[in-house]
Design a protein around this ligand. Sequence first.
Ligand code: NAD
Ligand code: MG
Length: 382
Amino acid sequence: MKTINLLGSTGSIGVQTLDVARAHGYKIEALAAFSDVDGIEKQIREFKPRYAALVDENAAKDLKTRVADMDVTVLSGMEGVCFCGAEAKGEITLNSVVGMAGLKPTLDAVNAGKTIALANKETLVAGGHLVTEAAKRNNVSILPVDSEHSAIFQCLLGAPSNKALKRIILTASGGPFFGKTKEELQNVTLQDALKHPSWSMGQKITIDSATMFNKGLELIEAVWLFDVSPDMIDIVVHRESIVHSLIEYDDNSVIAQLGHPDMRLPIQFAITYPERFSSPEKQLDLWEIGNLTFYKPDYENFPCMNICRDAITKGGLYPAAVNCANEEANLLFRQGKISFLQIPELISLASEYTLKKQDFTLQDVFDTDSLMREKVRELAKV
Ligand code: NAD
Ligand code: MG
């Protein structure tokens, strides 16, 4: 039975990971989250981890009192989260923290030799070469949880060799604003943007799906996970979210992975790999689905995909910059301080200020984060 350290346990992916753990009886060694005391207390009582951490110091204090009757050590701050990922006994660290806050916990877990199941895509976007080099050095696998990357990973199993891979085709639902014109996008509200057509997810990624920045992040994520160049990756809009992504070989044979839009399958596969077990996901009924449709993305009205493509093509700190600028712009939109169309505008303008360095350290990434957040706020005049 595999044992798991779960970071971001109270979020959308965290809760679904615990569904999978409950179904298969996996042991949870550590749980970490930001500040949700009620949520994590319930999880501690059910899964009895050895360690738990909350970033927020007061919330952690409260938690400590509440679970004083249990055999669990409660930690706090980012050190606590990193400890849970790296030092707790789980063989797999599943990182479903939201945002680039997940970078240090991922790196620490990689350096501790844990197998990484990665939902936290911002980690690979902001610190791609730091994470992949550390993984190589420590002989650690990074298994994708993101549904598209899990699909590509599954399609590549049994591939003759990576050299035969010609193209990756990432599918995108198109989000709630598919087909809208710039004029129509002018006044969309937070409520409109939160109505995702096929997936139920945390707020940040739901807004990223509405702007299509999420697909840009996924393009960069695929570059690092599968060691391909950005021009080998195409994006296709597929409204039904049944085909989770495809790969194309040199002989033009295309392989796809299909399933209902249910994150529990990619989560489970990252944990059970290389094995497969029964899953709570509903069986696919192609007669019921009937039609699958595919469209070209609208790059003009949804520029975030190309903002990300350009950033990874330029390399260096650009991917970190656009990611961090987006984290701030996404937050300002959720706080009602900027409009939907300001998100790509602010990311483009702020990322101009990126340090032009090809080789960088973790500290450079953190500095880029602070600089981008400051620039976005300054440019938005908030
Ligand atoms: P969410 O907002 O629902 O949950 C985020 C979790 O991270 C919460 O438990 C929160 O407490 C915790 N957290 C936030 N900051 C933290 C910190 N500094 N340290 C420790 N924990 C912290 O988000 P989500 O939708 O579950 O997404 C999580 C990650 O997975 C994101 O990177 C997202 O892009 C990725 N992802 C999500 C989905 C999905 O279906 N939700 C699909 C693919 C990828
Ligand atoms: Mg995805």
